[in-house]
Design a protein around this ligand. Sequence first.
Ligand code: HEC
Ligand code: HEC
Length: 129
Amino acid sequence: MPSDMPKSYDAECASCHMAYPPGLLSDKSWQNVMGSLSKHFGTDASIEQKDQLEITNWLRKNAATRQKYSELAPENRITKTSWFVRKHDEIKADVWKRQSIKSPANCGACHSGAAEGIFSEKNVAVPAK
Ligand code: HEC
Ligand code: HEC
């Protein structure tokens, strides 16, 4: 997680789910996410314009640059990118639905360092239930 994270990101984007690291989506994908907050995955995540600008600028500045992460994300989802699907292809469909996981977007259920942006293989454990 970049050290210059604005307080607004934690306040506005980490209440319903974890604060996703900006480097996991491309510039264009973040623009799409931030440009459609009133219709945000079935919920209204609209915020004040000042915060929206601050967060958008910071996300774009820190967006993915490495080619493997920088594709345009289908449905604006990290979890629909081809690198995500490839890295998680061993996880069976019913595993994602386990009580303690519920969704692929719930990174922290399996990656203990997710909130700090750490996804290394050493810090992964898929909960049994
Ligand atoms: C009111 C609740 C709420 C707020 C506030 C919210 N989100 Fe979300 N967000 C959701 C829900 C619900 C999903 C879908 C989660 C799922 O599929 O499990 C989601 C999904 C996402 C995803 C896609 C995750 C994936 O599947 O790859 C991104 C990216 C995202 N949010 C970014 C943001 C950003 C940036 C903000 C702050 C501007 C924000 N969210 C604020 C509810 C919220
Ligand atoms: C159901 C558990 C689970 C969830 C939820 C999950 N992952 Fe993973 N993730 C794994 C497993 C298992 C691996 C493969 C580890 C390995 O290569 O042995 C992995 C691998 C990865 C890798 C590649 C690590 C490497 O060093 O190659 C990244 C990056 C990653 N996940 C990011 C995410 C992100 C971001 C989210 C949330 C949007 C997420 N994961 C959600 C279980 C999960």
